[in-house]
Design a protein around this ligand. Structure first.
Ligand code: DAH
Length: 339
């Protein structure tokens, strides 16, 4: 019997130490120490031994059992550590893998340009006002010295909602709305969307954005207009730009002037962008017409002022060499991401 115990011990120790994982180890435990194992059978058969042999064999079997249990625990610890190590290795961060790449949002190029234009005037002391996009014909036309059936109404291809309601064709109606409510001195810029019944092409969009501005006080002259708009143009396009005031016509200003900037592409020499003239038109302006003052109840003998209006798309297109206005409204990230 002693022989048999030793043999089991050798086999069991071998099986335990060669168990490659926790499953194999458990199999070894069941096989050598389980209820149905040879070893348990030996324990049960102790009763059939002689009284002298029984305690000797009992002690041997118990000692062996303890030894095997000890070996099991040791092997189990080793295998569990290896298992955990393997899990850690598998979960290890591979810093050489490409990252997930968080996409950053940004402001639309027109929002950026509008902000920049507004900020220039805010630094000069102007405040910001807004008006409705659905406008009364009175504010869009009559109050701006454009009477019904006047030819200059045709210049604005208007989208009408009904007889008196329309989508504003410019931001100039904000002038009338503000002056109607407040007294000079006033220095205001009015940003916003405007609408025209135009077929979209590279330079036309049925919706676009304007920044309007006006200043009213006693003793305002055309010199103030020139100084202010020269400062704006050079802050926007660069100190090395030349600025030119060219006589023009708007019903709501007298005299009227369009502001040109020396061509940023050819530096005034003449190219395709400036159509050979060396100059590029960037905004309309003028001294506010006395009829506009009368419409809002100001005394044109006491007050004078200047006004101006510009298209924001146009400013961005010129600054960045964009050749198609539709790009601003197509939501193509490949375009938008560049700004
Ligand atoms: N409202 C004009 C337009 O949309 C632009 C403009 C010209 C605004 C002259 C003004 C101005 O305030 O004085 O074409």
């Amino acid at each position: 019997m002693e022989e048999q115990v030793n043999q089991i011990e050798q086999q069991a120790l071998k099986a335990i130490s060669s168990a490659a994982d926790l499953h194999q180890l458990e199999d070894a435990r069941v096989k050598y120490l389980g209820k149905k194992s040879e070893f348990t059978g030996l324990l049960r058969s102790l009763g059939s031994l002689s009284p002298e042999k029984r305690p000797v064999m009992g002690a041997l079997i118990n000692k062996t059992k303890q030894k095997l249990q000890h070996a099991l625990v040791n092997r189990k610890t080793v295998l569990m550590n290896a298992d955990q190590q393997q899990k850690i290795e598998a979960a290890k961060l591979d810093v050489s893998l490409p990252g997930k790449g968080v996409k950053l949002g940004r402001l639309h190029p027109l929002t950026q340009t509008m902000h920049e234009a507004k900020q220039i005037f805010i630094r000069l002391g102007y405040e910001v006002a807004e008006g409705p996009e659905i406008e009364l014909d009175y504010y869009n036309f009559d109050g701006l010295n454009i009477p019904p059936h006047h030819a200059s109404r045709d210049a604005f291809s208007t989208l009408f909602i009904d007889e008196h309601l329309l989508l504003r064709t410019h931001t100039s109606p904000v002038q009338v709305r503000v002056m109607e409510k407040r007294k000079p001195p006033l220095a205001i810029v009015a940003p916003g969307r405007v609408y025209r019944r135009d077929t979209p092409d590279a330079s036309h969009s049925p919706v676009f954005q304007q920044l309007e501005g006006f200043l009213v006080d006693e003793g305002i002259t055309f010199g103030d207009l020139k100084g202010t708009l020269t400062e704006f143009t050079q802050q926007m396009f660069g100190r090395d730009r030349k600025v030119r005031f060219r006589p023009s016509f708007f019903p709501f200003t007298e005299p009227s002037a369009e502001v040109d900037v020396s061509c940023m592409l050819c530096n005034g020499k003449g190219c395709r962008l400036c159509k050979g003239s060396g100059w590029i038109e960037i905004l309309g302006s003028g001294m506010i017409d006395p009829n506009v003052f009368k419409a809002v109840g100001y005394d044109p003998e006491k007050y004078s002022g200047f006004a101006f209006g510009m298209g924001i798309e146009r400013i961005h297109m010129l600054k960045f060499g964009v050749d198609n206005i539709r790009l601003y409204y197509e939501d193509d990230l490949r375009f938008l991401e560049q700004f």
